[in-house]
Design a binder for this molecule. Structure first.
Ligand SMILES: [Zn+2]
Length: 253
């Protein structure tokens, strides 16, 4: 770290539990963020400002006027622009120290696998189950930690699946693919703006702790947030030994 970086990250360096080594680890780490919508906006802003050294942003959509109510990484001027490029421009303006790679594409399973392999951590900020499950399969196969978030209407959830651990549950252990008869997406449903900010920021918090090696992580727990009642609920997670993705009934990818 040079003197300017020591100033930029001084409030991390002043934390006894964080310090210079943790900041160095953050600067040399690579986060993959799938989705630059509401969750991704909040997560990306904090990953970049905190000094995650390399951030890959993958999103195939363009900024729409209806996004701006909650997708705070995008600006009014960005309407019509690809979300990945719009987010990258905002992050570069906040922190020119870091490397930002915008990918203007909707990545399918094979592409996700390649992207996940190159990253140290993965943040699922997507808005559909097909991507969530494909991303989970890639993280299980590559044994990469997955920080999963979701938010719709006034309900949010966040979980960490640390696939580096043998006893770690995966996303599929919790949400089987067959069980999802109807998908509720932000694209067509209402969503309370600060909710996705809270969940996305929580995802950044967990990712930064994992990358920096600071504190205890959320691994093994699911946090559910009811924004209307301002209540958090915590659910313990355990691995499903018969899970088709990570368990005995594992299907070869
Ligand atoms: Zn599983």
């Amino acid at each position: 770290m040079d003197d300017r970086q020591r100033l930029r990250y001084s409030r991390h360096l002043l934390l006894n539990e964080f310090g210079e080594e943790a900041q160095e680890r953050l600067l040399s780490s690579h986060a993959l963020v799938i989705g630059a919508g509401g969750l991704g906006s909040a997560a990306l802003l904090y990953l970049a400002s905190s000094g995650v050294g390399r951030i890959t942003i993958c999103d195939g959509d363009r900024v729409d006027l209806t996004n701006l109510q909650r997708q705070v990484v995008h600006r009014n001027d960005s309407v019509g622009q690809p979300k990945a490029a719009s987010a990258a421009a905002t992050l570069a303006a906040i922190n020119p120290d870091i490397r930002i790679e915008p990918l203007e594409e909707r990545a399918g399973p094979e592409r996700l696998m390649a992207l996940v392999r190159s990253a140290d951590i993965v943040l699922d900020c997507s808005d559909n189950f097909a991507t969530r499950h494909a991303l989970n399969r890639a993280c299980v196969a590559a044994r990469k930690p997955l920080v999963s978030g979701a938010g719709i209407r006034f309900d949010g959830q966040v979980a960490v699946f640390d696939m580096r651990r043998d006893d770690a549950p995966c996303y599929h252990c919790l949400f089987a693919e067959d069980a999802e008869a109807h998908e509720e997406r932000c694209a067509t449903m209402g969503v309370f703006a600060p909710l996705v900010g809270i969940i996305g920021t929580f995802q950044a918090l967990e990712a930064i702790k994992l990358l920096a090696g600071v504190g205890a992580t959320l691994a093994g727990r699911l946090m559910l947030f009811d924004a209307l009642a301002s209540r958090w609920h915590e659910v313990r997670l355990s691995r499903d030994p018969h899970c088709r993705v990570c368990g005995d009934a594992r299907v070869a990818a």
